[in-house]
Design a protein. Structure first.
Length: 149
């Protein structure tokens, strides 16, 4: 069995938050939107249907937990959830808090503007807030890794 490895593009573009039982939780390093990504830690999976049935249910549970937490934390007008994978074939599910005041509203965000990276302090604040909210969930784990090189 192969060891799970995060796709290089996700490693490059995201910061680690922690993980649930199935999925790694990442924060996209783009301060224009509160944008988090779930990546099921399974090798060779590009589509949700390729997960075992129990894993599909687990992904949905984790997605709903993340979505509810983001709605509470950020109080967006809409939460966009998508598993597109055109550039990154590894299965990953975007969770993006959207506001009617954001610069791409109501259009999708992909390809509109280049990312505006967080400062290290801003990123730490967003990650800490999410970790604090998720820490009550016994299936959430976070490691103290330095996300910045």
């Amino acid at each position: 069995m192969n060891k799970f490895e995060l796709h290089p593009r996700l490693q490059q573009d995201c910061l680690n938050v922690g993980h649930f039982a199935l999925s790694q939780i990442l924060m996209m390093n783009d301060s224009q939107y509160p944008w988090f990504i779930l990546v099921p830690r399974r090798c060779g999976i590009a589509e949700i249907y390729q997960l075992e049935q129990g894993e599909r249910q687990q992904l949905m549970t984790e997605s709903c937990l993340l979505a509810e937490t983001l709605m509470q934390l950020y109080q967006p007008d809409k939460l966009n959830i998508a598993a597109i994978g055109n550039l990154v074939p590894q299965l990953h599910v975007h969770h993006i808090a959207r506001y009617q005041t954001d610069k791409t509203w109501p259009a999708p965000i992909w390809g509109k503007f280049p990312a505006t990276p967080y400062t290290e302090q801003e990123a730490q604040v967003h990650i800490a807030r999410l970790r604090e909210r998720l820490s009550s969930e016994h299936h959430f784990v976070h490691e103290n890794h330095d996300n910045f090189k």
